[in-house]
Each structure stands twice: as C-alpha cells, then as structure tokens.
Design a protein around this ligand. Structure first.
Ligand code: RUB
Length: 421
C-alpha cells in the first residue's frame, strides 16, 4: 500500500465524509505531506503493515482531494467516527490528533471542518440559542446587543462583595453578570455562598427594575461531576451556567446541554484557546472550536472582539465570519449568541457592534467597574453607548446629555488596550 491510497480520484461525497481543511508547512510537496496526515489519521502508519485488509484499505482510508498552495483538504470516511461513545474527543483525536507532531510537517493548522449531516444529527446543540436567550430577556424585538459584565477583580472578592458588585451592575443596566474564568470554588469565595448571595442581590434588582438578569455561575469541572454540580446550582436558584470549555473539555459542556433537567442557558468561555488558535501557521483555528462548541451545546460563546485587549488587530474579518457561522443554519441546530469580551469599554461599542453585529453579548469587566464613579455608572455608560449606537447617534453627541458616557469617554476615549496609568 503506497501513499496513493490516500489521494482521492474524485470529489468526495460530503454526506459520507467529514471534510477537514488544513494549512501545511513542509519541506515535502504539500500534496505528499497531506497524504501523510491522511495516512496517520486513518489507516496508515510510517510503513506498510501486512494486517491491512482490502476492506480497510477500500473503505476507511482518508483521502486528500484538494490542494491549493499551502492548503489541503482531506475527506475522512464517516465510518471512522464514533459519535456514540467517543464523541467530540474521538473526532478531535482523528482530525486534530497525532498530525500536529508529524516530523514530515514543519507546521500545520486545522482551518475548518465540514460535518456530514449524519454526524451533526448525533448532537443536540444549544437548548436556547440566540432566540431563546433573547426571549428570556425580552430583547427579541429591539434586537439590541446584550450587555454582560465580568465581576472584577477577577478573583478575591467574598460572596457578599461579589453580590454587591452584581447588584450595582444590574441596576446600571446589564443583562448578565458572569464569573471570571479563574473563579470556581476558591476558599475566599465559595461557589454555593456566592450563588446564594448573588441571586438574592439579583432578585432584589429585578424587583426594583422589572428586568431579568442572568448570572453565569462558573461551574467548570470534569464531565464526571459537572451535571451534579449543575443540578445543585439549579436547586439553589442559578439561571445560567458557565463552563471553561477548552480547559474542562467539550464533554463537560455537552453533558449539561444534553441533560433535560438542566434548563438554563450555557455560557461557554474559551480560556486557553489561544494556545491552539493564535499561531497563524500551527494549531487549530477558532472557527473549528466554535463549531464544536455549537455541537456540544453552547448558547453563548466567546469568539473575540473587533476592538479590545485580546487577539490580533487583523482578525476582525475572521471573527465576524465565525459569528456568522454560529448564527447560520446548521442541520437544525439552534444558533449560538457570540460574546465579545476582553478590554471592552463604552468607547469601543460602535466598532464592535458594527463589525460583529447586534446579535451579540458585549462583556465588559474593567470597562464597567473601572468607571470613575463605579460599577453602576459604568454599566449605565455601556448601556448608553449601546443605546446611542441603536439610535444611529455618535457617542460624542449622545454623551452631551449622558453624563456617565461622557465620563467614560473622558477616561478611556475610543482607544483600544487602555494601559494602566
Ligand atoms: C475580560 C475578561 C475575559 C477575557 C476573555 O475582562 O476577563 O474573560 O478577556 O477573552 P475585561 P476572550 O473586560 O476587564 O478585559 O473572549 O477573547 O477569550
């Protein structure tokens, strides 16, 4: 069996194959390097083995079918995938597994995956999706961006202090308060006390404002424990749950999404994604992680900002394409609400919403709590920036009559990556 087995003579049937698109750096011709990926990730190894049967060779060899410059596409026969038990981890072990370490490649980046409908149909996807979350907040008609805040400092506040920040943010106009990705159940802020205090504060805020406010409680843990923790959180009043999906693994998210008793939206944070997504030549494109998060059932997913503190400046078009993909039809799975987070403040609202769309959560931590008059004023300033954008007014015009926005603009302007003084 030569490498030729791993080259397609005709365009593969997308119903019968999972199509994976790679960008490859190699001293060998790209076609040959891609065939080595196809071999390693399907039925081959570095040499001929006598145990390869005709049926294995005929039905299970992955095939390179499209090579253009450094880009190569590989069709993996659907039979290679076990979605029942192996699930997303086993899909990744094939399309994003050993290939990253192959010596024949200098670098390789998995750019995209196209799933056959038979694979997608094994996943339930988001329970609520964009419309479900909007319905719960009553924003289905005006279609304004949702405003979220990450409690800051990132860690260190007690449950009561956290609740106070949440209450202030809620009265200022946020739709959602979330834990930071590093806070779960540390001694200084135990999970159950925090949930109790924050929900009590938000009930009070709802009583005063008449608005529902989500609290995304970070319950990041392994798939073996997460549904137990989630059930306890719901018994204690949680109305949204958050998971760090890369560090916890997609199955943790999927376990929540597929458990019918967990009937609250799921907020997916992507901490650690950049170890895979940031290098332009090697790793996994965020696009792929976003598709997997949708399969696994994220209602809301961090995908990046058009202006903020994270990522690269030239990524806006790519982020916007990811967001469009998350909102586009996918074999009946509900659309995901993207979250733009990291360094956002009122002055960056127009740029983010114009580039990323209105079906989005704008998350601001420092850009709310760092306001000169504190959290409530900071949340107001963010809401005013959103309102200005929705009315087609410029921030500076709107700020003439809105003092909180004016103060925020005086402090941060419309600059990105505001640095500590
Ligand atoms: C933002 C924050 C977010 C990350 C997420 O805080 O803590 O967790 O920035 O980034 P602040 P991403 O608003 O104070 O910067 O969404 O790119 O993964």
């Amino acid at each position: 069996m030569g490498l030729d087995v791993f080259f397609a003579k005709e365009f593969p049937d997308p119903e019968q194959h999972l199509l994976a698109h790679y960008r490859i750096e190699s001293d060998e011709p790209i076609e040959r390097a891609a065939m080595k990926i196809a071999a390693e990730e399907s039925i081959g190894t570095w040499t001929e083995v006598k145990t390869t049967t005709t049926r294995v060779r005929r039905d299970l060899a992955a095939k390179v079918y499209n090579v253009k410059g450094r880009m190569a596409s590989i069709a993996f026969p659907i039979e290679l995938f076990d979605v029942q038990i192996g699930g997303i981890p086993s899909i990744l072990s094939i399309v994003a597994g050993n290939l990253f370490g192959l010596r024949a490649l200098r670098a390789v980046r998995l750019m995209d995956l196209e799933f056959p409908p038979d694979v997608v149909s094994h996943f339930k996807g988001p329970k609520f999706g964009v419309e479900g979350v909007r319905r719960m907040l009553g924003t289905g008609r005006d279609r304004r961006p949702h405003l979220g805040t990450i409690v800051k400092p990132k860690v260190g506040l007690t449950p009561r202090e956290t609740a106070k920040v949440a209450y202030e943010a809620a009265l200022g106009g946020v739709d959602m308060i979330k834990d930071d990705e590093t806070l779960v159940n540390q001694k200084f802020c135990p999970l159950w006390d925090r949930l109790h205090e924050v929900m009590e504060a938000l009930d009070k805020a709802t009583g005063e404002t008449g608005r529902k406010i989500f609290y995304a409680l970070n319950i990041t843990t392994g798939a073996d424990r997460i549904t137990d923790v989630a059930e306890k959180a719901l018994e204690n009043g949680a109305n949204m749950l958050m998971v760090d999906i890369i560090t916890a693994g997609f199955p943790s998210l999927q376990a929540l999404a597929e458990d019918p008793s967990i009937d609250v939206p799921l907020h997916a944070h992507r901490a650690m994604h950049a170890a895979m997504t940031r290098n332009r030549e090697h790793g996994i494109h965020m696009n792929v992680l976003a598709k997997l998060a949708r399969l696994a059932g994220a209602d809301q997913l961090h995908t990046g900002t058009a202006a903020g503190k994270m990522g690269e400046e030239n990524e806006v078009a790519e982020i916007s394409r990811i967001n469009e993909m998350l909102r586009a039809p996918m074999n009946g799975l509900k659309p995901v609400l993207p979250a733009a987070s990291g360094g956002i403040h009122p002055g960056l609202v127009p740029e983010n919403v114009e580039a990323l769309g209105r079906d989005i959560v704008l998350n601001a931590g420092g850009g709310i709590h760092g306001h000169p008059r504190g959290t409530r004023a900071g949340a107001r300033a963010m809401r005013q920036a959103i309102d200005a954008h929705m009315m087609g007014a410029s921030l500076s015009d709107y700020a003439e009559k809105h003092v909180e926005l004016r103060e925020a603009l005086q402090l941060w302007g419309t600059r990105q990556d505001y640095r500590y003084a």
